[in-house]
Ligand binder design. Sequence first.
Ligand code: S3P
Length: 449
Amino acid sequence: MTHSAATPASPLRAVRSGPLKGTLRVPGDKSISHRALILGGMSVGETRITGLLEGDDVLRTAAAIAALGATVDRSGTGAWTVHGRGVGGLAEPEELLDLGNSGTGARLLMGAVATHPFTTFFTGDRSLCRRPMGRIAKPLEEMGARFVSRSGQRLPLAVQGTATPVPIRYRLPVASAQVKSAVLLAGLNTAGDTIVIEPEPTRDHTENMLRAFGATVDVMDGKDGRTVRLIGQPELTGQIVPVPADPSSAAFFAVAAAIVPGSDLTLTDVGINHLRAGLFETLRDMGVAIEMLNLRDLAGEPVADIRIRAGVLRGIEVPPERAPRMIDEYPVLAIAAAAAEGRTVMRGLQELRVKESDRLAAVARGLKATGIQVEELPDGLIIQGTGGALPGGGQIATESDHRIAMSFLIMGMAAKTAVTVDDDTMIATSFPGFADLARGAGADLGKPR
Ligand code: S3P
């Protein structure tokens, strides 16, 4: 399904539920799914992907990589094949690339096309057209590409790729895996070494997958941060990519199991890459019983089955340096904080203001509407927990943000009065089947009366 301005809003209501029980698998990792399609398209030969996330964001990337000349086929649920064009072999797309709601798809593809000698036009939905693209344009222009964009360096925009790219050494001004990945993807078709320095390490799926496809990527930790070096113009060869379950989607069920009394839930095949696992550590710090079972490796990414049992949560100060390792999980962590005893302080989160919505503002508004005391800081939130029973009630303005919608539906499962979100259609951008999976575990989700 696609989510667009033309899709009518569809409210959804979560009612206090009994214990959540059982074993479930959330859909495939969004970050890894985008990267598998893009690297598949930039490799020689066949890439076979299983467990691909079939949410709108990733489907947009699949369509875009096909428009850039790769052959992309779906053979069954989550089973996709890409026949790539090889490094430097992407072709000028005839149409505009519309990445819908997906910042990751848009930004990574801008990197991929920046070092190809043609022009690509990008657009997205209302939310994506508000998000900053200057952070991508700056390094890619240093490599020789040109960006022509709307005011504020926002979409729609055109990338004029360069035929004579220069490798750069680029220090990220913000902790962003998307910017890092865009530069590395641009570095693929650039002779010489492309170097990215990150002040705080961010998710490293691009580096891991580049290595698996045959590139040389070195990583060095120093006092200045982490230095990632890619040797340009490698021969990339198609691979088999099994996609783990998305830890950012698992996060919603982990918090639900932690706060709905009596719950005992196991989430299978979840990616637990250290640079994505910050939420599970934070929940443990808050006193939640979390077990990592059956630890194993899935095509270069660590995975586990995660068992979460309900308990008493205590408020904490979340270490700000943990932010890049759980950046998408703060909205649902805020729900755990609302149910905890005492105060939870979250800082270092200015990046949350430029996600699918201004997530600090959206979370603060939602918490207030549901009877929780919260202070909104320029870079964070201070939440006064209730110590268990959540009041609930109120209608949540999701701002068309999937993670805001899912977070407050989780709250409703543990609240005295039902919580209604104004729209659930955009949940399918990252988590198709969310409501059915939740119902299967015992949640009561339905249309508001
Ligand atoms: C992503 C990186 C993060 C994250 C997004 C996915 C990725 O964004 O919020 O959902 O796949 O690289 P930033 O890199 O902009 O922080």
